[in-house]
Design a protein around this ligand. Structure first.
Ligand code: TLP
Length: 344
């Protein structure tokens, strides 16, 4: 059987035997009653780790962001997001549908916004206008090619939010990738946000699950919204056990994913018609432009697929590859070899 090298996303990892063992042995209870000891342990651990009062385990990153937005806002409020953010591009308008908020999008530089850009978009109090209530940032930035948010920019946006009485939420689906790449701890990022979410089901290698952290009052509201959206889970300690395992064993492995991504980016940069600046590849996401290659993104993806290398088109002329726990250095080298054979 041809072995596939799956670089479509870091969501494709399969739980290891040791993780499955931890899941099998997890103590469980009905979490809607608050009775699941493993979920409670995970929530306490993550709240402490991020320096916040409380945490809530949720089924997905999309639900985490939606719950956070709903918890910070009221019907008719405005939320500032980056134009290429996951919340704007890929969450099926959940914040608008369920929260009745308007998203005001600002175009960033590889997904990164400056405080000045945001300041211009904060609305005056005026009967004609929706009140600006919340700013959402994304770190690392997915469509920005896994870009790490510079901490000085976060600090400036945090100050602005404070001055203008706004809340600030972090989509930290890949917060640990940012942390490993920058050397800045998750709690040093989290202190600039009222709420933070991150995912266990991406680079950390768990099969399911994300978590939202914030103040006790915020998490109480978030808890109600989780129930409202159908995210109240029962003996979910088996998933929390995978998340605990991931935190303990898989964070340190992210550096290897970042090295593999850099290796790939360096090779792609040598190919005629493929555009990428390897310097810009800071974490595990590699987005490259093939517009000058004579192929469409879909064609490049199809040719690779026939040779057992999976990536995804990321727009008409862009292709994305994501490195992760289930792609070894050797497999990365094999994928690079195939790319050279096809496009070199
Ligand atoms: N991202 C997925 C796809 O939805 C695009 C991927 O393959 O990268 N925030 C960010 C920054 C994300 O990248 C994702 C997932 C989410 C939120 C949503 O997480 P899930 O898929 O658990 O709802």
């Amino acid at each position: 059987m041809k072995q596939v090298i799956d670089l479509r996303s870091d969501t494709v990892t399969k739980p290891s035997l040791a993780m499955r063992q931890a899941m099998a042995e997890a103590e469980v209870g009905d979490d809607v009653f608050g009775d699941d000891p493993t979920v409670n342990k995970l929530q306490e651990k993550v709240a402490l780790m991020l320096g916040k009062e409380a945490a809530l385990f949720v089924p997905s990153g999309t639900m985490a962001n939606t719950i956070a937005i709903l918890s910070h806002t009221q019907l008719g409020d405005e939320v500032i997001v980056e134009r290429e953010s996951h919340t704007f591009c890929y969450e099926v308008a959940a914040a608008s549908v369920f929260g009745g908020v308007q998203l005001n999008t600002i175009v960033g530089n590889s997904g990164i916004l400056d405080a000045d850009q945001i300041a211009k978009e904060i609305r005056e109090v005026n009967v004609h206008m929706p009140p600006t209530r919340l700013i959402c940032l994304e770190n690392t930035h997915n469509r920005g090619g896994g870009k790490v948010y510079p901490i000085q920019k976060i600090q400036a946006i945090h100050e602005l939010a404070n001055q203008r009485g706004l809340k600030i939420h972090l989509d930290g689906a890949r917060l640990f990738n940012a942390s490993v790449a920058s050397g800045i701890s998750p709690s040093d990022y989290a202190k600039y946000f009222d709420s933070v979410m991150f995912c266990f089901s991406k680079g950390l290698g768990a099969p399911v699950g994300s978590i939202v952290v914030g103040s006790k009052v915020f998490i109480e509201r978030a808890h109600r919204f989780r129930k409202m959206l159908g995210g109240g889970m029962r003996q979910v300690g088996i998933l929390a056990a995978a998340a605990l395992y991931a935190l303990e064993h898989n964070v340190s492995k992210l550096a290897q994913d970042h090295e593999n991504a850099k290796l790939l980016a360096n090779e792609l940069a040598t190919l005629k018609g493929f555009q990428i600046d390897p310097e810009q590849v800071e974490t595990n996401i590699v987005v490259f432009d093939i517009s000058k290659s004579g192929y469409s993104g879909a064609q490049v993806v199809e040719k690779l697929k026939q040779r057992g290398v999976l990536m995804i088109p990321f727009g008409a002329t862009l292709v994305r590859a994501v490195t992760h726990l289930d792609v070894s250095r050797e497999e990365m080298r094999r994928a690079i070899q195939i790319i050279h054979e096809l496009f070199g």
